[in-house]
Design a protein around this ligand. Structure first.
Ligand SMILES: [Fe+2]
Length: 133
C-alpha cells in the first residue's frame, strides 16, 4: 500500500488532489490483485488507473507550461517514459499475457514514491512562486 504523506504535497491544489486520487487508485489495484478479484475487475481497475495517470500527466504538464518551469522538457520525458511503459503493459494485458497487473502495480507504486516525492518536488517552489496554487 502507498500511504499518503504530507511531504508528497507540491502545494498546487489541483495537482495534490490528483496525486491523492492516483494513490487511492494504485491502492485499489493492489486490493483487487491481493483479493484475487475476477479478471474483469482487475482489467477495469487497471484501465482506470492507466487512464487517470495519463490524464494527470497532461494536467501537470499544462501547469508546468503555465508556470514556465525551466526543466519542463526533462519532466515531460520522464512522464513519456512511464506512459510508454504503461501503454506497452496495457497492450500485453489485452493480449492475454498473464501477470501484467502486478507489473503495472509495481511500476506505479515505484513511480508514486519516487516521482511524486522527488521529481515533482523540484517544480513545486518555482510554480508556487509563479503564482500557481
Ligand atoms: Fe510529474
Amino acid at each position: 500500500m502507498v500511504i499518503w504523506d504530507n511531504v508528497m504535497e507540491v502545494h498546487i491544489e489541483s495537482i495534490d488532489v490528483q496525486h491523492r486520487t492516483l494513490v487511492a487508485l494504485i491502492n485499489e489495484l493492489q486490493n483487487v490483485i491481493d483479493n484475487g478479484g475476477p479478471q474483469v475487475m482487475v482489467g477495469s481497475v487497471l484501465s482506470k488507473v492507466i487512464d487517470y495517470t495519463n490524464f494527470h500527466f497532461e494536467h501537470e504538464e499544462n501547469c508546468l507550461i503555465v508556470g514556465c518551469y525551466t526543466r519542463f522538457k526533462e519532466h515531460q520525458c520522464i512522464h513519456n517514459e512511464i506512459s510508454q511503459k504503461l501503454k506497452q503493459l496495457e497492450r500485453e494485458y489485452l493480449n492475454g499475457i498473464p501477470g501484467v497487473a502486478p507489473r503495472v502495480l509495481e511500476l506505479l507504486q515505484r513511480w508514486a514514491m519516487e516521482h511524486i516525492m522527488k521529481t515533482d518536488q523540484l517544480y513545486s517552489k518555482q510554480l508556487v512562486n509563479a503564482g500557481l496554487q
